[in-house]
Design a protein around this ligand. Structure first.
Ligand code: GLU
Length: 445
């Protein structure tokens, strides 16, 4: 890495102690940016990188609520408003016990570049809580969301900051959050949240968008090698919203998805996953993957080990950060892997990324490959602003065009900087330059 960038990186790491995931995300981006600063010394002069690594605003708050037994519970809420050079802060809320400031900052930092790559007018932010929705009743989730919004509402707005879902936050939670925002502010401000229900301001395709987009991006990568999803053997990790829709889209393009996972284990279904059954169990019943193996013949359920023990030609990690390590990457490569599309944020460790890149595997990093979700959120904002709602076909076409555009931007940037096929470099530089130019134009703020 360039010595000037190294010094800035060291300062950033020292200023943010104990935030391992944020460090990882920052280091990975810095490793791509040396050549940009050679061409654009004005970025260094204006301390763009130093500014980019310091969130514009960080909000941490207490979330008190009462469980069904009447016991008082306390969680911690976060919203990190990272960068607004391109538009209002935009990014999801994650409800998961692992959430702390370092996770929210890594996600918010990634979101800046991801959102820039979409070409839509959205800045970067992220939030969430260490609340664990698992095993909680609808009433408990509602009370938690109402308490969370009772603080958050003063910081957000359609022109300020527009949250959406992430792990643990789906349509149900967005509904409760929106209801409380409306009640406190006395405003039906549709554009303040995305991922809303279709009858009250949501967009068609938003639920499918992240998983679909990941597959569309990966298909574009495969095309550069003269191949496609048709006939591929695919493994998907996770079984949440992103994973389920990635399974559906990959199979619609002729792939066989043989495995997916949840936090207790994974299933192997050599005939190809039955998406209808998977949706029924995970989305309708909020059940466990084990139930899938009990209801369909010829399915193995494995509790020990990792879904990455299953051979695949295409891997779509759609669960969570650092779920795929160097050892798993090496095993997949040995057994015929040709492409990886990250549906989750930073699911591959730095060692895993190095293994994929050294082996010449097509590797689509999350900030490019999973940008379809937030891009469709921006389409939802567009529909809200014009009080309109688009058809499924039209919205899906917009999503497809955006994903093809992101692939093109990453690939052409990698070519321009002399590293053809390096989508990590292409995504980091492509996103960074757009934000840096806007920051320069807007002065020292
Ligand atoms: N949480 C999603 C992401 O990681 C979507 C955010 C949004 O729609 O604002 O990009």
């Amino acid at each position: 890495m360039d010595a000037r960038l190294e010094a800035i990186r060291d300062t950033v790491l020292a200023r943010n102690p104990g935030e391992a995931e944020f460090h990882q995300a920052v280091v990975e981006v810095f490793e791509s940016l040396g050549p940009v600063h050679d061409r654009h010394p004005e970025f260094l002069e204006a301390a763009i990188l130093e500014r980019l690594c310091e969130p514009e605003r960080q909000i941490i708050f207490r979330v008190p609520w009462a469980d069904d037994q009447g016991r008082v519970q306390i969680n911690r809420g976060f919203r990190v408003e990272f960068n607004s050079a391109l538009g209002p802060y935009k990014g999801g809320l994650r409800f998961h016990p692992s959430v702390y400031l370092g996770i929210v900052k890594f996600l918010g930092f990634e979101q800046i570049f991801k959102n820039a790559l979409t070409g839509m007018p959205i800045g970067g932010g992220k939030g969430g809580s260490d609340f664990d929705p698992r095993g909680r009743s609808d009433a408990e989730v509602m009370r938690f969301c109402q308490s969370f919004m009772t603080e958050l509402y003063r910081h957000i707005g359609e022109y300020t900051d527009v949250p959406a879902g992430d792990i643990g936050v789906g349509g149900r939670e967005i509904g409760y959050l929106f209801g409380q925002y409306k009640r406190i502010t006395n405003r039906y401000e549709s554009g303040v949240l995305t991922g809303k229900g279709i009858s009250w301001g949501g967009s068609l395709v938003r639920p499918e968008a992240t998983g679909f987009g990941t597959v569309i991006f990966t298909e574009e990568m495969l095309k550069t090698r003269g191949t496609s999803f048709d006939g591929q053997r695919v493994v998907v990790s996770g079984s949440g919203n992103v994973a389920i829709n990635a399974v559906a889209k990959a199979q619609s393009l002729g792939a066989t998805v043989v495995a997916c996972s949840d936090s207790s284990g994974y299933i192997v279904d050599e005939a190809g996953i039955d998406v209808g059954l998977l949706r029924q169990i995970k989305e309708v019943e909020r059940g466990r993957l084990k139930d899938y193996s009990l209801r369909r013949s010829g399915v193995a359920y494995v509790e020990a080990g990792s879904v990455w023990d299953v051979d695949a030609t295409v891997a779509l990690p759609c669960a969570t950060q650092n779920e795929l390590d160097g050892g798993a990457a090496a095993r997949l490569v040995r057994n015929g892997l040709i492409a990886v599309g990250e549906g989750a944020n930073m699911p591959s460790t730095r060692e895993a990324v190095a293994v994929f890149q050294e082996a010449g595997v097509l590797f689509g990093p999350g900030k490019a490959a999973n940008a379809g979700g937030v891009a469709t959120s921006a389409l939802e904002m567009q529909q809200n602003a014009s009080r309109d709602s688009w058809s499924f076909e039209h919205t899906e076409q917009r999503l497809t065009d955006i994903m093809v555009g992101i692939h093109h931007r990453c690939a052409s940037t990698a070519d321009e900087y002399g590293e053809p096929g390096n989508y990590v470099l292409g995504a980091n530089i492509g996103g960074f330059v757009k934000v840096a130019d806007a920051m320069l134009a807007q002065g020292l703020i």
